[in-house]
Design a binder for this molecule. Structure first.
Ligand code: GLC
Length: 732
């Protein structure tokens, strides 16, 4: 039974050329919707309620009755979960052709780093310092998302994190606001590229300050000054909004005592008022309910008052808590919240659906999706990304790259188990036979290796004999260390970041053989790896490198690709240092005395202040020399320059970084801040003049809600990482 939908009436009334609606027509559509239909647009239903739908040939016969009714009556506006293409088209048909309003659904899920292909985790991607790669990563996600029956992905996660105890550091862009902002914008543009056969909405999350959870414990409260919020945590969201992100997901936590889901200051005043965001907000899972349910935030009584509070604060779509579904109509009817506010939120949702072209093309054709990209191109991109995201942390005596013909003993857990390298958020992955494990990678690159597992990452028994035998039969040992790929991500907080006892024992056993050790570090977060740096000859941090990870990592191990990754988070010296980050502010006492013996300075009695390895750090297979470092003002820009020379025997990529420090301000300033970078590739003996121009305006910072221009003396560096370089002074 096909009804003439409200949308069809509007289209006819306005003689719409295309089905793209103007603001006026969106207003007209809202004006003709019932209260139930308006509430329905803000209700997100779980795809689990759609079970069995995929088996339906057409229409809604056999659909779970509550879904058929809800969608046909316009009581659902979006669906959570990758429900598959057949289900997507079946339920979309119900909404578009059988509901009165005829408004298409959005279907969203977490395609964080791919669907058919899994790219390295976002923290790894951030270590590429490569805007082009970030865009291509977003583009891959955008092209693959419709395959799962989705037109919306809850990506990119742009939460700054300075605390490796927080498992979600894996999903984000590291600890620096400027780098994270560039990554946020590039990924949004990739995901929402207009080159895709089916547009997909990106989602900036989790707004705002989620990575600063007290104690590094997920969901915990966040307390911070407005200055820090604006200078550190807000910029990647600002950059993503400016790049056109269509949706934003407020976070679970309370920010200075007010839950983000009902925090009108950040949702209305800042996000919409200051950043000019015109898309819609979607709550995190149950997050609206958790502001009022028993033993949760306690921000409101449950029911209609809570629904009113969330809607008024600026929350559009209720993911899973059913607060809107059950109580929002009542809240409006009782006058707890104005219907005009409801209209405003509905308009925001319709504007996004319109921007996605859903009124025009609500259905997805699998052939069209698969024809819009070459899967092998995506496999190759994932391999390239895995190589570019590796960070070489140590390489003594030229241990790496592996020499041709060398005999390798590969030891450790999961070298042939792809799951171990995928990292968090791979539930939406579509299984395929392209498995880039370490074993596959070494084989593909022609390495002569034997593999014996010998131990586990957790405290399983260590097979000393097998390890010694393998090492003695080889020229070099390639040993896996770290944590399983699924031990980071949501609610994976840890209070110990040190390597487990079995891994430390393995290191001792291998060391006793006298063979060179290459430690291959796999993890979704910075771990405490001092024993590896002390005892291994080379340490390569591969993070969770994704479904082509083994190929990409093997390309770096064999020298087919020179490592070029640079840390975007400090590696902690000890868990007790967390949160540890390079861009910390000054204190009333010196923080960088040469020895810890000084009594009255800011220090630990039992370790250094600085992390084990700093932000921006990374080695390659050659060496670079900096000379002629300068900084000067040219009009509105601060121009950093130097000469860079490849003083080694191999080609390589150096990421030249520009930092500043403002000496005097009304509020204490970070001792260094990244302002720009340039990736420079040089052959042996080659040198180049490098310039990095930074708008002086970019050095402004917030003091509370006030933007303050940079002024006075600044220390500057153009150098290889956040802990090195010759200091240059300039007065602005
Ligand atoms: C989760 C996560 C969020 C995700 C959402 C939907 O709890 O916090 O990042 O997008 O639920 O899966």
């Amino acid at each position: 039974m096909k009804t003439t939908s409200l949308f069809a009436v509007i289209a006819a009334t306005f003689a719409l050329e295309s089905s793209a609606l103007s603001e006026k027509q969106i207003d007209e559509l809202v004006g003709r919707m019932t209260l139930e239909e308006k509430v329905g647009q803000l209700v997100q239903s779980p795809s689990s309620r759609l079970e069995g739908l995929a088996s339906q040939e057409s229409g809604d016969e056999g659909l779970p009755p509550e879904i058929a009714r809800a969608v046909r009556e316009g009581c659902v506006g979006s669906i959570l979960g990758a429900c598959g293409l057949k289900t997507y088209n079946a339920v979309q048909k119900l909404a578009v052709e059988q509901s009165r309003a005829g408004i298409p659904l959005m279907v969203g899920n977490d395609m964080i780093h791919g669907v058919l292909t899994q790219l390295p985790i976002p923290l790894a991607l951030s270590c590429s310092w490569d805007d082009g790669l970030w865009f291509r990563a977003g583009d891959l996600i955008g092209r693959e998302t419709p395959l799962k029956g989705c037109n919306w992905t809850f990506t990119p996660m742009v939460d700054i994190s300075r605390d490796a105890r927080w498992g979600r550091i894996a999903e984000g862009p590291g600890q620096d606001a400027y780098l994270a902002s560039r990554m946020s914008a590039a990924m949004v543009r990739g995901i929402q590229s207009d080159k895709h056969v089916y547009p997909v909405a990106a989602c900036l999350k989790h707004y705002l300050g989620y990575g600063a959870a007290i104690g590094g414990r997920d969901y915990n409260a966040v307390e911070m000054s407005e200055s820090t919020l604006r200078n550190v945590y807000l910029p990647p969201f600002k950059a993503g909004v400016e790049a056109g992100a269509l949706t934003v997901m407020p976070a679970f936590h309370s920010l200075n005592g007010v839950a983000c889901s009902v925090n009108k200051w950040i949702l209305e005043d800042v996000l919409r008022g200051e950043l000019g965001f015109r898309g819609f907000t979607v709550s995190d899972y149950n997050a609206i309910g958790e502001c009022g349910w028993e033993n949760r935030h306690g921000m409101s009584e449950d029911g209609a008052p809570l629904a009113a509070m969330a809607l008024d604060a600026g929350m559009c779509v209720d993911m899973m808590s059913e607060t809107y579904e059950k109580y929002l109509k009542e809240a409006v009817e009782k006058g707890l919240v104005a219907e005009s506010t409801l209209d405003k939120r509905v308009r925001e949702v319709l504007r996004v659906k319109n921007a996605l072209g859903l009124f025009e093309t609500p259905y997805i054709d699998e052939r069209a999706v698969r024809g819009s990209f070459d899967f092998e191109d995506h496999v190759a991109l994932a391999r390239e990304a895995a190589a570019k995201c590796c960070v070489l942390l140590k390489n003594e005596n030229g241990t790496l790259p592996l020499k041709p013909g060398v005999k390798v003993a590969l030891v450790g857990p999961g070298a042939e188990d792809l799951r171990n390298f995928m990292g968090c958020w791979v539930a939406t992955r579509v299984e395929n036979d392209r498995n880039g494990t370490i074993v596959e990678g070494l084989r593909a690159d022609g390495v002569d290796f034997t593999y014996v597992s010998g131990y586990g990452f957790d405290d399983e028994p260590v097979d000393d004999g097998a390890l010694v035998a393998a090492a003695e039969a080889a020229d070099v040992v390639l040993a896996l260390f770290g944590e399983h790929g699924d031990e980071s991500g949501e609610n994976q907080s840890r209070m110990h970041l040190e390597l487990g006892s079995s891994q430390l024992k393995v290191l001792e056993v291998l060391k006793s053989t006298g063979k060179p050790i290459v430690a291959l570090l796999g993890a979704g977060r910075p771990l405490v790896i001092k024993p590896l740096l002390d005892k291994a000859d080379a340490v390569l941090n591969m993070w969770s490198p994704g479904s082509s990870g083994g190929w990409g990592v093997a390309d770096v191990l064999t020298g087919r690709v020179a490592p070029s990754g640079r840390l975007t988070v400090d590696m902690p010296y000890a868990t007790g240092q967390c949160p540890v980050y390079y861009n910390h502010t000054r204190t009333n006492r010196p923080h960088d005395m040469p020895t810890q013996g000084e009594r009255w300075v800011t220090r630990y009695k039992d370790g250094p202040n600085a992390g084990l390895l700093p932000f921006g750090y990374g080695l390659t297979y050659t060496t670079f020399e900096y000379s002629g470092e300068r900084v000067e003002r040219r009009g509105d820009d601060l121009v950093f320059s130097c000469r860079l020379t490849n003083t080694g025997k191999a080609a390589g990529v150096e990421t030249v970084q520009a930092y500043t420090h403002e000496l005097v301000a009304r509020e204490t300033r970070p001792v260094r801040e990244l302002r720009g970078w340039k990736r420079v590739e040089l052959n042996p003996g080659e040198s180049a003049a490098v310039e990095i121009a930074v708008p002086v305006a970019a050095l402004s910072h917030y003091e509370g809600s006030k933007l303050v221009d940079a002024s006075g003396r600044h220390h500057c560096w153009i150098t290889r990482d956040s802990a090195s370089g010759r200091r240059l002074d300039i007065d602005l």
